[in-house]
Each structure stands twice: as structure tokens, then as C-alpha cells.
Ligand binder design. Sequence first.
Ligand code: F6P
Length: 323
Amino acid sequence: MKRIGVMTSGGDSPGMNAAIRAVVRTAIYHKLEVVGIRRGYQGMIDNDMSVMQTTDVSSIIQRGGTVLKTARSKDFMTPEGMKQAYDNLQAQHIDGLVLIGGDGTFRGANAFFDQYAIPAVGLPGTIDKDLSGTDFTIGFDTAVNTAVEAIDKIRDTADAHNRIFVVEVMGRDAGYIALYSGLSCGAEDILIPELKTDMGEVVTRILDDKRRKKDVHIIVVAEGDDFGNAEAVKAVLTDSVPDADIRVCVLGHIQRGGAPSMADRVLASRLGYAAVNALLRGEKQVMIGQINNEIVSTPFKEVVKQSAQIPADMAEMTVVLTA
Ligand code: F6P
């Protein structure tokens, strides 16, 4: 192996830059050439790539976003797009790839590598933490900390006004950001797709709180909750809780930005380093993750959504601590 490509794809996540830096530095240490592919799979199709040097990754470990840019490429999901991407990779003499992204990236990889044989290793880069094969994904810790900071602030103003707040956090199909931020902020209710949402119970709890003169009620809801988003939750409460003073706060994309936390910088560095070593060892079509503090490889085919796999004790604890 002489020349590898590295790209970030799908929704950006804090720590992607740290991963790119580790990949570039490890590859150059091993005398490999590294080609940075911009805007994920779309950059493969558009031949938007150039050789990276160590200096290209200086002073990026602390930055959110991704210096390689990212995209959710629709063109790549067509046979013509994939063929064009493959032809460009061949023309660039790329004989190994490091793909950093979330479930969409791995779905794209599965479709592509079913037809085209280039050794590739993936890294879990998504704030959602919805991939199997790793305990944590690059960006999750930072996103949750951003949400925690915001919800703590919301509690101050909710408390000052005796208000009910419905805070919507990201997680299209997974409730991990809601679960971890809700638990960390002592939310009165946490609504996630992995646990059946019973709005009747939420209403009962709010009425019970009012009886006990507890006037603040923070509900953290995952955007992908089975019941619906924050506005849907508010609509039910408006109808069912007399005199309720309810506000909605959708945290949105602030959860994707910002300087990565220490945990994300270390995880990204460790996985980026391991990815290049895995390619050099001849591993291919696997995602490199970290489970129980060990580096593990999981075939792309098995890297599927991890929703519905909230550990049983956490699910039970959530019920107990919000009761
Ligand atoms: O990358 C994951 C994620 O942040 C989800 O939590 C969210 O549903 C989605 O991306 C938003 O995507 P976009 O930035 O394309 O609107």
C-alpha cells in the first residue's frame, strides 16, 4: 500500500478533525502518501482531492467541523456515481481508504464495496452514537456536553418563571443524546425512541408535580421519538395541563459544532491511528471502534443502527430517576 485516501461524510461531528490529523500523521510516519477527499463521496465523484502534508493538519485538533468538508451525496447512490467515484480513485492511484462518518457513510460503503474492491477502513463519526461496533462515536461526548450546558441554562430560566420546558435534542433515529443529556441534567422526563413514550404518564407526572408545588418540569425529547417532536409534546400538554406555561427549545445544530471535548479528541486520535495500522495489516471493509477500552474491528456489513439497544439498567434507571 502506497497511497491512501481519507474523507469525512454525512453530518459533521466534533472530533472529525482530530481523526483526520491522526490518519494523516500516522500514514506519513509509515511513508504512505495521503490524499484528502473533500465533501465525502461527492468529492470522489467530482475528483475533488489533493495530497495532504503534516502541515495541513496543524492546529486542527481543537476545531469542530471538518477541514475536508462533508456532504450527504445523492449522486453516490447511483450506479453512474459509484462508477465515476471508482474511476477517479483508480486514476489517483489510491489503494486504501479511511472513511469517517455515520450510518449513511457505512450504508454507502456497503453498496460501493459490494461492486468495487478497494481496501477501506471506517471510523464512527457521528454525534448520534447509533452505530454498533463501538461504545462511543466521535462527536457524541461533545454534543452531549453542549446539550447539557444548554439544558442547565434552560433550567435557570424555567425555574425563575415556573415553566414547563420541552427541549428537543438531535438524534434522528436514536435517543442517546436525549438519554445522556437528560440524565445529566436531572430532566423530569426523557422521551426517546428506544423507550415507549406514554404522554398520559407525562401529563400525570406534571399534574402530580404541581400538587407537590414543584413548578419546573424539563422534558428532554429526542427528535426521533416515536411520539413526536417537541411541538407535538407541547400540543398535548397545552390541552391536558390547565394553566401550563410551556416553552419549547429546539437545540438543533449547535449540538454539531464547537471544540471537541477531551474524550472526543482522544477517541478520534486513537481510532485514526488504529485505522491506518489496520490498513497496513491488510484489514479491509471494517469499522474500527473502541469497546471496553480496546480497539476492535467490525465488518461494514455488521455496522448497523444501534437504536433499541439502550442497556437494560439505563432504561430502568431512567424510569426510576424520573419517577
Ligand atoms: O448527523 C446526525 C444528525 O445530526 C442527526 O442527529 C440529525 O437528525 C441530522 O444529522 C440532521 O442532518 P442535517 O444537518 O442534514 O439537517
